[in-house]
Design a protein around this ligand. Sequence first.
Ligand code: ZN
Length: 265
Amino acid sequence: MLIDIGVNLSNSRFDSDRQEVLERARDAGVDKLILTGTSVDESEAVVQLCGQLGERFPEMLYATAGIHPHDAKSLNGESIGILRSLAKNPCVVAIGEMGLDFNRNFSTPEQQEKAFEAQLELAAELQLPVFLHERDAADRQLQILRTYRDHLVDAVTHCFTGSREALYGYLDMDMHIGITGWVCDDRRGTELQGLVANIPLQRLMVETDAPYLLPKTLPEPPKGKRNEPAYLPWVISKIAEIRKESAEQLAQQTRANSLRFFRLD
Ligand SMILES: [Zn+2]
């Protein structure tokens, strides 16, 4: 059984067949999903999905509550209060996704840092683990994290695609690393493929980031190239191949890591 720690299930590309997506996930051995909250609205949406679908899919759906750096500009005087009350819902197991993304700067770096620090403070206050996003901003992100690390219970850098230096920066702070189907891409994922064997097994978790990042190793890509949690085994098998470990062992250990990290057991 596998745990997908990053699923954007509130995305409109799942509007027509959300239940079927979850059934296919279960059939593929993916029995727990952490739904990603990327803004106040999306966090409310994923918490609602946990409630709506929870009866049909018991102990399968969990959520994060947070503001993605792209949405940092939406932070207002009420945002943190709403996230705090969302986090009271038992399905919310982490604060995020949060962090810095200087790749596209949909929000200004100043807005991003403000939203990031406000959420780190919330996570420290609630003693909930942190779900991190970072692109082209490792130096600054690590700098900010260092000042908060002692107050945080745990953190995972989801969809890690960075440099060796960034990887060791996160690992030095005893943080976890989430790997997506990016690793299945022999063109964009080359650097990541070279780093995946350096992640201690106890620090590794896996995710699809669905509907994004469809694994390139799929023999027959689905129509529309939409990714979904049922494809998580392709991420596992690629990582296992690179690390020269059995897929079964990797599945077991990443599952144990996720259960511990999100306190699901
Ligand atoms: Zn992300």
